[in-house]
Design a protein around this ligand. Structure first.
Ligand code: PAF
Length: 281
């Protein structure tokens, strides 16, 4: 297993390798689970070299408590990655190695994509995400980089970032991986009590029911129905439930023909923020 701790070490390691059959980058914040593993497996299958970054990026947190409590489990992460292959390069730098001049984000113009949902509720979040992803893309120069569709907004923003900055990389979105009860896999699930981890399956079951209703009901009615379900479930504190156009994330009240819609949700459970989404049509 190659574990690399600094940008210089990574650069010199990559410069000695034959990268002509593809380099896959999977950026993560660690606390790896089946969702991450599906991205790493795909990267490993599609490229001769796979780099997995494990870095809890401080500039994308708007809440210090959330940053401090974010699980850091590098030893367990290494063990999991070993199960895929010893050949994977793990890049686990320190904050000072990545941000030697202070923890600042760049400011990007994502034409409103970052102003709704996660962007609206987590100030500066996507500037922080784009800053770290841009740094890692420039450092690794991957052929392909892999992101989960659970944070679908993040995926669209990264696609915009590479177009904006003309970074020559293919951005690959990978489907959400769920626990047996339907809860979307997330490093944050580890912080839920067993009881809440069961109860939180309500999020996905409600999204699935909403999808069925969307065939016959207006977008507005589906949203009103969905919000009512969460009122009956006060342990799951709904932050937002939105229907948006899948390509632009423009929020929708009335359906237009030939348009793909998705339903997006953020919920607090035991003070832990969970997000999920579903394609509606
Ligand atoms: O999705 C995540 O885990 C993070 O936002 C990412 C892309 C690794 C950037 O820190």
């Amino acid at each position: 297993m190659k574990i690399v701790r600094t940008k210089n070490e990574l650069k010199s390691l990559l410069s000695g390798l034959d990268t002509s059959s593809g380099v896959g980058l999977v950026p993560t914040m660690g606390a790896l689970h089946e969702g991450h593993m599906s991205l790493v497996k795909k990267a490993f299958d599609e490229n001769a070299i796979t780099v997995v970054s494990v870095f809890v990026n401080p500039t994308q947190f708007d809440n210090n408590d959330d940053l401090e409590k974010y699980p850091r489990t590098l030893d367990a992460d290494i063990e999991l990655l070993k199960q895929i292959s010893d050949e994977i390069i793990i890049f686990a730098p320190s904050v000072s190695n990545i941000y030697p001049d202070g923890q600042y984000s760049e400011t990007y113009d994502f034409k409103g994509l970052d102003q709704v949902m996660e962007g609206a509720f987590r100030e500066g979040h996507y500037n922080g995400v784009a800053t770290i992803v841009e740094k890692f893309l420039n450092l690794v120069e991957p052929t392909k980089a892999y992101f989960g569709e659970k944070d679908f907004q993040q995926l669209l923003i990264i696609k915009n970032l590479v177009a904006l900055k003309k970074i020559p990389v293919e951005i690959i979105g990978c489907p959400i991986v769920r626990e047996e009860n339907g809860l979307a896999r997330s490093s944050r699930n580890e912080r839920l009590s067993k009881k809440m981890r069961d109860e939180a399956s309500f999020i996905h079951s409600t999204l699935s029911e909403a999808k069925n209703k969307f065939e016959k009901m207006s977008a507005n009615k589906v949203l009103a129905w969905g919000k009512k379900q969460f009122e009956k479930h006060p342990d799951l504190d709904l932050e937002y439930l939105n229907i948006a156009e899948a390509s632009t994330l423009k929020l929708t009240k009335r359906k237009k023909p030939k348009t793909k819609y998705m339903l997006f949700i953020a919920v607090y459970a035991e003070g832990i923020r969970l997000i999920d989404n579903i394609v509606l049509n």
